[in-house]
Design a binder for this molecule. Structure first.
Ligand SMILES: O=C(CO)[C@H](O)[C@H](O)COP(=O)(O)O
Ligand SMILES: [Fe+2]
Length: 215
């Protein structure tokens, strides 16, 4: 399973140090949570953050756009150096078009579903996606408890992917820690995001523990 530390819980005053620590500890991706104060009740970073991270790490930048009107932000974040752009199915009436815009921008395309959003909303999109992100908390804040019912949602998507012969990666985000990672690994998730668990301890040790429990 790939591990994607979320910089949401890093020390912003020492961000370069924290990014380099998780990179050296073998993180697979760097997850960047973009919140606009509208789609979710919290405010974080803009494209300038992605542009600042790009030269200091060779990790792929997994950019989670929790924004209203995601279409408006595709070009700025792709230009800034995002490797994957993940947009919420709930955020636009034109999700298919938004995915087409991401692919036209030359980056990987992912769609995110909130805990209350059924997988059926992804049906027409699955063949054109590189990634599907299943939220395992309600989006907006780090440090929330994992929603156990979401493991079954992951397992259902694994089955659908197999039935359709598709190869998109399945990612989970929220509340992943040493107690919950085995559940999502067993359900078949390919990528786990972890913010507070990684950065509220010694990141290298925390990543090693996550890797051990994911086996
Ligand atoms: O998208 C997010 C919140 O909306 C974050 O990526 C997520 O919550 C990670 O933080 P933690 O591991 O602390 O739950
Ligand atoms: Fe996220």
């Amino acid at each position: 399973m790939k591990l994607a530390p979320s910089i949401l819980s890093a020390d912003f005053a020492n961000l370069q140090r924290d990014v380099q620590v998780v990179e050296q500890a073998g993180a697979d991706l760097l997850h960047v949570d973009i919140m606009d104060g509208h789609f979710v009740p919290n405010l974080t970073f803009g494209p300038g953050m992605v542009a600042a991270l790009r030269p200091i790490t060779s990790l792929p930048l997994d950019v989670h756009l929790m924004v209203a009107d995601p279409q408006a932000w595709i070009t700025p974040f792709a230009t800034a150096g995002a490797d994957t752009l993940l947009i919420h199915v709930e955020a636009t009436a034109h999700i298919f078009h938004a995915v087409q815009l991401i692919k036209a921008a030359g980056v990987k395309a992912g769609v995110v579903v909130n805990p209350g959003t059924p997988l059926s909303q992804l049906e027409e999109l699955l063949p054109i996606l590189d990634q599907v992100l299943i939220m395992t908390v309600n989006p907006g804040f780090g440090g929330q408890p994992f929603l156990p019912a979401m493991a079954e949602k992951v397992a259902r998507l694994v089955t659908v992917r197999k039935q359709l012969g598709l190869h998109f990666e399945i990612e989970v985000d929220g509340g992943v820690n040493d107690h919950t990672i085995a559940t999502v690994a067993k359900a078949g998730a390919d990528i786990a995001v972890a913010g507070s668990y990684v950065f509220n301890g010694a990141p290298a040790h925390q990543l090693e523990t996550l890797r051990a429990f994911a086996k």
